[in-house]
Design a protein around this ligand. Sequence first.
Ligand code: 5GP
Length: 202
Amino acid sequence: MMQVLSTNSGATAKLLSPGKLIVLTGPSGVGKGTLMRLLLSRHPELNYSISATTRLPRPGEVDGKDYFFIDRTKFQRLIEEGEFLEWAEFASNLYGTPRKPVIDLLESGSSVLLEIELEGARQIRAKFPDILSIFILPPTFNELEKRIRGRKKDSEAAISRRLKRAKEEIDSACEFHIQVVNDDLETAVCDIEMAISDGGLF
Ligand code: 5GP
């Protein structure tokens, strides 16, 4: 059953029916994190899954809030113990979605938003056929490169790996239910809200 609520933007959006999984994917630097934070602030019924990663924290990132920062040995052990719903290697680091919190939320009827890269999204789609999958595109590839370089948080080698991977990910955008161009942030959030409420998937 759908309910209707008024969002902070003044727009009207339907709440999701409970217990649904939404996957947000797109190349590094496209602004997924910002979009996700905006969505979560407007829709308290959505829950965010905190991922684990072997990447070192960037300045300002907090363990247990942005990610669970763990080493490779621990990550490998968690893989063997089946603790990840999905996991993937991205730009020489491992990233994974802890299984239990997501399953518990879904089983209790809560909806969960995953912000993950392409391989992980494919694994989730294989396990949960009725997810809503959204791919975020940059306005242009040059703009994406400018954004990745502009955040000055990664080494040149890491930037090159991310740009190479970004090309591959963008080529797969059509695998997703919805493609949203993140040119203007407010427009992109509204597009995602519309996809969630009007997609007919919930
Ligand atoms: P970053 O290092 O910039 O925080 O993230 C790099 C990429 O890893 C991003 O595309 C992000 O969406 C993705 N990512 C973050 N958490 C996970 C996760 O749990 N699983 C997978 N497969 N990708 C993730």
